[in-house]
Write a protein that binds this ligand. Structure first.
Ligand code: GLA
Length: 732
């Protein structure tokens, strides 16, 4: 059993594989205190009072009520509430029917059970009775008559604890949640660094590491999507933690909209971490009897560095988040029309690409933006999801059938959440977009966002998707979302509920994705948002892969994919070989190198295969063979970061080791050639020390320990942007 309650001492102990997490009930009033989160420790003996420091000044209210406020302001609380004297970052702010925002919760009861509950309407990790145990601690604010249930699930074979919160109004009056975060952890000390993933369009998820200091630092999005700028992930790490050493605590929010993570260095040298839905533009009214569920936070602990945290997230998401037919399967090698033709295509052009692609071994054609309404550039027609038969001559079914006859599957692009002002849909329903009365909404890419809080709008969108997807043999959808939310207002929601729009919007996207995956389980959906603007675990619950960035340059992708893979498995990272000079950065890199980098993702092509050079074209069948040879390993193996060119400015290296350590694929990219240099030695990781490994190209034998501790010399590369794969297989 991964969760125990020690009745006499009043504490809960949650044990994952190498992790313990301890919560105690304190004093006559039953405050809930956070005792410990970290490397697994024995059940007993444990000096809970000392660890919580309640045996020292200011003690607990029953012993020193005159300093009750100091108690609230220093006690490591399990879930912080606003208004009673804990002046650190709070998780829960509730406005009552008098207009006051004061709340304090104490323990009432608890339940421990096998398995993991689902969260109604929300994506979440899942696990069965053999892998998970759940604790629900029911707390209440007795003045407000508010029930607050803290939900924890332990994945006993991984170092994972998930959290969410259910808040129920048991009073006779409405109350309004002004902030309802999902997790709070108080750490002892402030000697930590914070790792986050920050960026922008075309340069998503660069790794940033900064120290914790007194005061607050936040990682957040108020853009309506999890965003290009900040990912809903932070890690708190020991100051001296590196890839392979030190305590690391990762937090990832299973949500695709506004979020906040705050790390606060507090007065008594403790660090508070909170995470949840951003309180900006958020208000949620609970009528008597109603409840609200705060989305899930995944907490991963690693006792041996950042790399182990990464591998735990990868294992969790591959086995306990991603679903559907493609979860454990190779994805078809696709060719996407976007960088090949942009809007300039018709049936014949697409078929000419498909014919050539089929000869080379490509397995799917994806028709990107431009096939519907009057869409010949990005100024119109979003919402008019009717095939443009001037371009798709003969109709969609004809095109798909012809592509299928060539032996290729067919995929299609949608941007379901959007509406162009220049569209039949907007002309018919100008109030269907998110907007505020008397204010012209701000344009972005010349488009508005549909008001998905309105069921009629959702029904329209779904029926258009369903009609198109049922009209031909379509087996892949790229679900795009190309702008952020502004002018947040709805003409369908009453005044008191306007603060709910941002969250209701995200819930509606989930509902749409849920319907789509239920009705079309055979369709592979790739998430997308102007490249990687919504790359989060919420989307991964519905889409096994997400387009990682509009930047397809192999060198830029090293950093983007390196940051993305900090949390998300390689199998989820949409990556294509595109043409050069690269359309975003103008850089020319060898075709081989583009292939090696795309291999560390879903792998596909995004170029006009009828127009590239003969030399490049000839490499495609070889690359596809390489994909088929290595994809099982890349999709399922353990990922190790070996070198990062953002740090060393010269080269990049990573490896994927099979779970049973029977083989390893090392990718080495020489970003810049260094003059007057010798071969570079790299030290591999995660191998079987006592085994022998054979290089499948040279046939040379190495011992696992020599590869890890003495290293392997990389030779034979000359020039910038050159790459190399090294495949080593364990001798039987
Ligand atoms: C976004 C996507 C691209 C492409 C275009 C089409 O930018 O990220 O891959 O689909 O939209 O408009």
């Amino acid at each position: 059993m991964g969760i125990k309650f020690f009745e006499d001492r009043k504490y809960f102990k949650l044990d994952a594989r190498d992790t313990s997490y301890i919560i105690a009930i304190v004093d006559d009033e039953k405050f809930l205190g956070h005792v410990y989160f970290g490397k697994r420790i024995p059940d007993e003996p444990l000096d809970i009072e000392s660890l919580l420091r309640i045996n020292e000044y200011p003690y607990v209210p029953s012993k020193n009520n005159r300093e009750r406020m100091s108690f609230h302001d220093s006690f490591p609380t399990e879930y912080s509430t606003h208004g009673l004297g804990d002046f650190r970052e709070s998780c829960l702010v509730v406005k009552d029917s008098n207009g006051n925002s004061v709340c304090g919760i104490t323990y009432c009861s608890h339940k421990i059970y096998k398995g993991k509950p689902t969260l109604k309407g929300l994506p979440a990790t899942f696990g069965d009775e053999n892998s998970c145990t759940t604790l629900e601690i029911i707390c209440s604010d007795k003045v407000l008559n508010l029930e607050v249930t803290l939900i924890y699930t332990v994945f006993e074979n991984l170092d994972v604890i998930t959290r969410s919160v259910r808040i129920k109004n048991n009073s006779d009056n409405d109350v309004t949640l002004e902030k309802a975060l999902s997790a709070c952890v108080d750490f002892d000390g402030i000697d930590y660094d914070i790792i986050s993933l920050n960026g922008s369009w075309a340069r998503e998820r660069r790794i940033q590491r900064v120290p914790v200091s007194f005061g607050k630092r936040s990682v957040e999005s108020i853009r309506g999507i999890s965003s290009h700028q900040s990912n809903p992930f932070i890690a708190l790490v020991d100051k001296n933690a590196n890839e392979d050493y030190g305590n690391v605590y990762g937090f990832n929010f299973v949500y695709s909209g506004n979020f906040i993570a705050v790390v606060e260095g507090c007065q008594f040298e403790t660090t508070r971490v909170v995470m949840g839905i951003h309180p900006a533009n958020f208000e949620w009214t609970l009528a008597p009897g109603e409840e609200f569920i705060a989305p899930e936070v995944v907490m991963v602990y690693s006792d041996s560095g950042i790399g182990k945290m990464t591998r735990t997230f990868h294992d969790l998401y591959r086995n306990h988040l991603i679903r559907g037919k493609y979860r454990d399967r190779k994805r078809p090698v696709l060719i996407n029309s976007w960088e090949a033709t942009y809007f300039d295509f018709d049936t014949e052009k697409l078929l000419s690409i498909a014919r050539e692609a089929a000869k080379l071994g490509i397995e799917m054609l994806v028709m990107d933006d431009g096939w519907f309404g009057n869409r010949n550039d990005d100024n119109s027609s979003l919402g008019d999801w009717y095939v443009n038969e001037k371009k798709i001559k003969g109709g969609l079914k004809y095109l798909v059938d012809e592509v299928n006859k060539l032996g290729l599957e067919f995929g299609i692009w949608f941007e379901p959440e959007m509406i162009s002002p220049d569209s039949d849909l907007y002309r018919a329903h100008p109030n269907w977009c998110i907007h505020v009365p008397n204010r012209t909404p701000v344009l972005c890419r010349n488009q508005y966002v549909l008001d998905l809080t309105n069921d009629e709008v959702v029904e329209y969108v779904y029926s258009r998707l369903r009609d198109i997807l049922s009209s031909a043999n379509i087996t892949y959808v790229k679900w795009d979302m190309n702008r952020q939310l502004s002018d947040v207002g709805s003409s369908f929601m009453p005044k008191e509920k306007q603060g709910e729009i941002m969250h209701r919007y995200v819930l509606a996207v989930y509902k749409l994705l849920d319907r789509l995956t239920t009705e079309f389980p055979h369709i592979l959906i790739e998430g997308c948002a102007g490249g990687g603007g919504r790359f989060d675990p919420g989307i991964l619950y519905y889409c096994p892969q997400i387009w990682c960035s509009d930047n397809t340059d192999a060198i830029e992708r090293l950093a983007i994919q390196h940051g993305t893979a900090m949390v998300y498995p390689l199998s989820t990272i949409g990556a294509h070989v595109s043409d050069c000079p690269n359309h975003i950065v103008g850089r020319t890199t060898p075709f081989e190198t583009r292939g090696y980098v795309a291999l560390a993702g879903t792998f596909g092509y995004e170029l006009d295969v009828t127009r590239i050079s003969e030399d490049d074209r000839k490499l495609i069948p070889e690359q596809i063979e390489m994909y088929h040879k290595y994809n099982d390993l890349i999709r399922t193996g353990d990922y190790y970061r070996i070198a990062n060119y953002e740090d060393n400015h010269l080269y990049d290296c990573w490896s994927v080791v099979a779970k049973d350590k029977s083989e390893v694929l090392v990718t080495y990219i020489q970003v810049l050639q260094r003059p007057n240099s010798r071969s570079r030695r790299i030290k591999l990781k995660g191998l079987d020390e006592n085994a022998l490994y054979r290089d499948t190209e040279t046939n040379r034998l190495y011992s696992g320990s020599a590869l890890m501790y003495a290293g392997l010399n990389i030779t034979g590369l000359h020039g910038d942007f050159k790459g190399k794969l090294i495949h080593l297989v364990k001798e039987k």
